[in-house]
Write a protein that binds this ligand. Structure first.
Ligand SMILES: Nc1nc2c(ncn2[C@@H]2O[C@H](COP(=O)(O)OP(=O)(O)OP(=O)(O)O)[C@@H](O)[C@H]2O)c(=O)[nH]1
Ligand SMILES: [Mg+2]
Length: 647
């Protein structure tokens, strides 16, 4: 076939026949053109076939989206999936989590150091504690009654029943009025100094720890400010050759306790509230701030993301929702003087795999390069942490410190990534994380991360499941379900817009709603109660037309923490007026009550009368979660096959 030559086509000049073309030349040209066309058609056909093959392949892949607010347990659920269905790959990766767990440990230590610093500075309140705070019985400052438009008298808890109303927030008492300020006392050692940059992180780390240890061993009465503001001058540098290991610090417990407890809850004079022993500890542990910076760099420089009040960032699900609560809240933010902003930072990564490749033993470059011949897997950060081990233990065990934390309402034990009780094990130079450590580790997700899991042969749909449904389905569906695509999203309000492109074509949603959060506020928007946020998000997910064909599975998560909280005496009715005082304050009753509320929302918001599946979970318990996941896998496969008219 001859290509047509159109004079309007600016490219026609390249294909136009020459003016003085002979018949022979013309025949040759036309033959060449026909050949080119044949080749082009063949390529098109090849591409079409490839596309169709990929489409067919993708058809056999089960796509699951893990949704829920930040710290709801999405990444932890994904870890459980991998433990259960891709165990070989999971085990091979464990060692690479070491830096993350070290970072988790340091985060707790630095929270304590910050609290000590705040005490020393006479800060009456503690912003630092906000993310870690769980109010105890009798605390009133963080109470968020749900919208008063929800009448307690009708016995229904429904934060969605009053469109246009923002959740009502009890203004903080004057004593907690510092939420609008940025994080409390900052200590200059957390910022890289110019000498730090020029010497490189490892040299600087070593110098810091040795200088701090040398100074504590020669001085019993360090200046209160020396840990935070001493410039790194020649004096400290001259001590860097000293390689001695510091003697364990003996804390005068009773004295330090009484000193710390003498603070009366308000501003306290620095000298009265911090004992010299604590000053000493603070100084000796100051190098850990540099280690923290180094570990973050290793896991992915620049991955820190500021979490800000989401009033300017988006509603419960970014821009796709016209959520009235959000609109009203935004209006309130503009006009109301009592709404408070809080900035906080939590380390997170966009690609866990990349981060982990730099996080195992032997990586000294911070770029994922492995150090050869490092049999014990030592590196500088590990070295510093190991040399600070006894001091960390002393700090955590000190009764005065515990009293200080209580007074500042910091509950490290209930916070994500708590490893202080395991310091002796984790601070070892040869530490290798266990599966349980990795499940408990906290690494915030940014954006959407995709995991392709090829089921281990014994756990595919045709084998291993060990229950009747699995076997029956396995026979029926052949290869379907051997490969899973799991999408793990960042749950912070500011990042929820990124979820939407992943809604289409997804087979199932596993929605994580942490029930223990009934008395907590969102970190990124301190006006919003966390449980209320989960309800709003659940409603949005149930009503999304893009998800109309997806199986809905709800994990009512963190039941272990809920139990612990209720046992400690925190009363649900105080935070959920509609719960009423006549109901029992035990986990069974609370879970049933909340489950009914989630069901109500699903029934009214869902399109097409589809069912949803509800599980009470504690996903850090991998054994029971494994059983739940077998059931979940069967549900997803069965629902998918029903939709696809295979059965
Ligand atoms: N005690 C307890 N801790 C849990 C449970 N589920 C998750 N965690 C812990 O809570 C922390 C946060 O869990 P993640 O899985 O990282 O939360 P996420 O939903 O992925 O959070 P983002 O990545 O910020 O969206 C981790 O340290 C988990 O170990 C639970 O059921 N019980
Ligand atoms: Mg996550």
């Amino acid at each position: 076939m001859v290509l047509s030559h159109n004079d309007d086509d600016p490219f026609a000049i390249f294909t136009r026949a020459p003016a003085n073309e002979t018949p022979g030349e013309r025949a040759a040209r036309e033959s060449a053109e026909a050949e080119a066309k044949k080749r082009s058609d063949a390529i098109d056909e090849e591409l079409r076939k490839e596309k169709s093959r990929l489409k067919k392949e993708e058809k056999g892949v089960v796509k699951v989206l893990l949704l829920g607010q930040s710290e709801s347990g999405k990444s932890t659920t994904l870890k459980n999936f991998r433990i259960k269905y891709a165990h070989a790959e999971w085990s091979a990766e464990l060692a690479n989590w070491r830096s993350v767990i070290q970072l988790n440990l340091l985060r707790s230590v630095i929270t304590i150091l910050d609290a000590l610093q705040a005490e020393q500075d006479g800060d009456p309140t503690d912003d630092v504690a906000m993310s870690l705070y769980t109010p105890g019985p009798g605390d009133t400052e963080f109470v968020i009654p749900y919208s008063p438009a929800v009448p307690a008298r009708d016995g229904r808890f429904d934060p969605l029943s009053s469109p246009g109303k923002s959740p009502t927030v009890t203004p903080a008492s004057p004593s907690t009025g510092s939420l609008g300020r940025s994080r409390g006392a900052s200590i200059s050692t957390s910022q890289p100094s110019s000498s730090f940059r020029s010497l490189g992180p490892q040299a600087s780390l070593r110098r810091d720890v040795i200088a701090a240890q040398a100074s504590t061993s020669t001085s019993q009465q360090p200046e209160a400010s020396s840990s935070s503001s001493t410039p790194r001058g020649e004096g400290s540098r001259s001590r860097t050759n000293s390689q001695h290991k510091p003697p364990p610090l003996a804390l005068p417990r009773s004295r330090s306790s009484s000193n710390l407890q003498s603070g009366s809850g308000g501003a306290s004079p620095a000298s009265a509230s911090i004992s010299p022993a604590h000053q000493l500890l603070k100084l000796r542990l100051a190098p850990l701030r540099r280690v923290e910076t180094d570990l973050k760099r290793r896991l992915g420089a620049g991955a820190d993301e500021e979490v800000e009040d989401a009033a300017v960032g988006g509603g419960v699900l970014g821009n796709i929702t016209n959520d009235a609560t959000f609109s009203a809240a935004r209006g309130g933010a503009a006009g109301g003087g009592q709404l408070r902003r809080k900035e906080t930072k939590e380390f997170g990564v966009r690609r866990v795999k990349d981060a982990l490749e730099g996080g195992g033993p032997g990586d000294v470059s911070g770029r994922g390069e492995r150090r050869r011949g490092s049999a014990e897997g030592e590196d500088e950060a590990t070295e510093v942490i190991a040399s600070c081990c006894e001091d960390i233990v002393s700090l955590w065990r000190d009764e005065g410190v515990r009293a200080l934390l209580r007074r500042r309402k910091i509950r490290l034990e209930d916070s994500a990534g708590f490893f202080l009780d395991d310091t002796h094990r984790i601070a070892q130079r040869t530490y290798t994380p266990s599966s349980d450590d990795v499940v408990r580790a906290r690494l915030r997700t940014l954006g959407v991360q995709e995991y392709r899991i090829k089921l281990d042969s014994q756990s595919g749909p045709n084998g291993g499941g060990g229950n009747k449904v699995s076997t029956a389905l396995g026979n029926a569906i052949m290869n379907f379900g051997n490969e899973w695509l799991l999408y793990d999203v960042g749950g912070s309000r500011t990042g929820r817009n990124a979820w939407i492109p992943f809604f289409e074509g997804v087979n199932a949603i596993i929605f994580l709603a942490p029930l223990s959060t009934f008395d907590e506020r969102l970190l990124e928007d301190s006006r919003i109660n966390r449980l209320e946020d989960s309800f709003l998000l659940w409603r949005t997910v149930c009503s999304s037309p893009l998800l109309a064909n997806a199986s809905l599975i709800l994990f009512m998560n963190k039941c272990d923490l809920l139990k612990r909280k209720l046992k400690a005496g925190v009363r649900v009715a105080r935070y959920l007026p509609s719960y009423g005082t006549e109901r029992g304050n035990d986990a069974g009753t609370v879970v049933k009550y909340l489950k009914d509320k989630f069901k109500d929302i699903q029934k009214t918001a869902s399109t097409g009368g589809r069912a949803a599946y509800y599980y009470a979970t504690s996903v850090t318990d991998t054994r029971t979660t494994a059983i739940t996941l077998v059931a979940v896998k069967d549900i997803i496969l069965r629902d998918h096959l029903k939709n696809a008219d295979f059965v």
